[in-house]
Design a protein around this ligand. Structure first.
Ligand SMILES: O=C(O)CCC(=O)C(=O)O
Ligand SMILES: [Fe+2]
Length: 273
């Protein structure tokens, strides 16, 4: 039987209503092996560089990198028909792939405060300002530092954490949180701009590898350079040190590695990352 190419009506409803959806595994064995090798190699190289040069920014033990969207090894991570269908459903046409990035918390790292990736929406913005497709390259178990989400929080006007008081970091467990567990080759679709979510602590002896494709509504702005630079190669931009590029309305805290864990209230903006 040919692989399913479209979300079922139930999956569409779940994604729109809950703000996330887990699919898969969707990657075939050879594609997953290529991706795993690339990312594993990058993580080893970066961690070795950190060990050799203690002054390097280790991003709280997370190897982060951005890849060229044109890199053939990663094509299935944004061209898979299920993702195309999901982007059509939540963003409508046209849309484009803004970025492809790795976040790999090494053992003993990865915990973040609950946050949204973008600032509070202004009136008139599309309901879904971005769609993130986070590929589980290594197993997402409760121990491996999986993504956690607060289902439906993208539909609420109030944040699910107390943002009024001094210790409002969003770091602790949340009664409504769902830690997403899934085997390698699965993908978590979620509304990173408005659904409250975070990375969690990696208790295992291996790095947790997640490669995320970010889909945005509209047409790629002509002036925004492609991640990886003009050469069109798949580049690691500085040793493990790429941060998300700012997009309109993105939370400023999200642009600074280490700060993203602070669970700042929406609207608490500073300089754009
Ligand atoms: O890596 C994860 O599980 C989540 C990362 C995240 O939400 C972020 O860096 O904004
Ligand atoms: Fe995030």
């Amino acid at each position: 039987m040919a692989p399913r190419a479209r979300l079922t009506a139930r999956q569409r409803r779940f994604l729109l209503d809950q703000g996330y959806l887990v699919l898969g595994p969707l990657l075939d064995r050879s594609a997953l092996a290529r991706i795993t090798d690339r990312l594993q190699g990058l993580v080893h190289q970066t961690v070795a560089a950190w060990a050799d040069e203690p002054s390097l920014d280790t991003h709280e033990g997370c190897v982060m990198a951005s890849f060229d969207v044109a890199d053939p090894d990663f094509a299935p991570c944004h061209q898979h028909p299920m993702l195309v269908d999901a982007a059509d459903v939540v963003l409508g046409r046209p849309w484009f792939v803004r970025e492809l990035d790795l976040r790999a918390p090494i053992p003993g790292c990865g915990e973040q405060g609950l946050h949204t990736d973008f600032d509070k929406p202004a009136p008139g913005l599309p309901a879904w300002r971005t769609l993130s497709a986070m590929w589980c390259v290594t197993p997402f178990s409760r121990e491996s530092g999986p993504l956690r989400v607060i289902p439906r929080s993208h539909r609420r006007s109030e944040p699910p954490i107390d943002t009024e008081h001094g210790y409002a970091t969003g770091m602790g467990p949340h009664p409504d949180e769902v830690k997403i567990t899934a085997p390698p080759g699965s993908v978590i679709l979620f509304n990173a701009s408005d659904l409250w979510h975070s990375g969690t602590f990696n208790y295992t002896p291996a790095a947790r590898l997640a490669l995320t494709a970010h889909f945005d509504p509209g047409i790629r702005p002509a002036s925004r350079p492609r991640p990886g630079g003009a050469a069109g190669r798949s580049a690691l931009v500085s040793a493990g040190a790429v941060r998300h590029r700012a997009s309109p309305g993105r939370m400023s805290a999200a642009g600074r590695p280490g700060d993203r864990g602070l669970g700042r209230p929406p609207g608490n903006t500073g300089t754009a990352g």
